[in-house]
Design a protein around this ligand. Structure first.
Ligand SMILES: C[S@@+](CC[C@H](N)C(=O)[O-])C[C@H]1O[C@@H](n2cnc3c(N)ncnc32)[C@H](O)[C@@H]1O
Length: 210
């Protein structure tokens, strides 16, 4: 199995850990959607016990990489990596019995490198997974109107769109609107290094997502 490595993932793990420590519920299972290489999963699991950490990704190559990282750096609270495509109407994790219910969904650097529908599907899935008070943490670059968007994020947006017209740095307002429509309240927007944001949401309503 190939252990993949992404330099940016290594760079942002400490700032992200600080945010996770202060915003994750104290217990339960943290569902990591789009876990990528697995670098974050092994690091966060080792730092965030007694929470359980469940890494998932849509790519079998990434699930193999996560599994490989976990074999090298095992943690008792790190659950086996699973396949999960946010676009699926039902996520595989919804069909399995976990020893602790999912209390948070963490999604780092995905919504700009995926079609916009993936952002909507992410919140709909999180709404199915979480009880009231459950947390969603999003991390990545965002646009914040003409004035407040960092030039580096405008350039990154163009670069992403050149790669795939369905990709692009998302407008924070549009993401907040999806979150509201699916029953989440934005609790905090935190400025992070390299013009990224961590955005914390809490599950407020238990009515069906729209
Ligand atoms: C830039 S990588 C970020 C990975 C990791 N979170 C990190 O920060 O290193 C984007 C990730 O989104 C995942 N992804 C893209 N579309 C997805 C989807 N529909 N469902 C789940 N994951 C998806 C990719 O497989 C990839 O692992």
């Amino acid at each position: 199995m190939t252990k993949r490595f992404a330099p940016a993932t290594d760079r942002n793990k400490h700032p992200l850990l600080t945010v996770l420590k202060s915003h994750l519920p104290d217990s339960g299972t943290v569902l990591e959607v789009a876990a990528g290489t697995g670098q974050h999963a092994v690091f966060f699991a080792s730092q965030l016990a007694p929470r359980l950490w469940l890494p998932t990704d849509q790519s079998s190559t990434n699930v193999a990489s996560i599994t490989s990282w976990a074999a090298d750096l095992p943690a008792p609270n790190l659950l086996p990596a699973q396949m999960l495509d946010v676009m699926d109407d039902e996520w595989p994790v919804e069909r399995i019995a976990l020893s602790a219910p999912v209390s948070a969904v963490v999604n780092i650097n995905m919504i700009h490198i995926a079609p916009w529908e993936c952002c909507i599907a992410l919140f709909r899935g999180a709404a199915r997974m979480l009880e009231t008070g459950g947390v969603v943490l999003l991390y990545g670059p965002f646009k914040q109107g003409q004035k407040n968007t960092a030039p580096s994020n405008i350039a990154f947006d163009l670069q992403l769109k050149a790669q795939n017209i369905q990709w692009g740095v998302r407008e924070l307002e549009a993401v907040l609107s999806v979150a509201t429509d699916t029953g989440f309240e934005c609790r905090e927007v935190i400025a992070m290094p390299a013009n990224n944001l961590a955005v914390i949401f809490s599950r407020e309503k238990l009515s069906s997502p729209s």
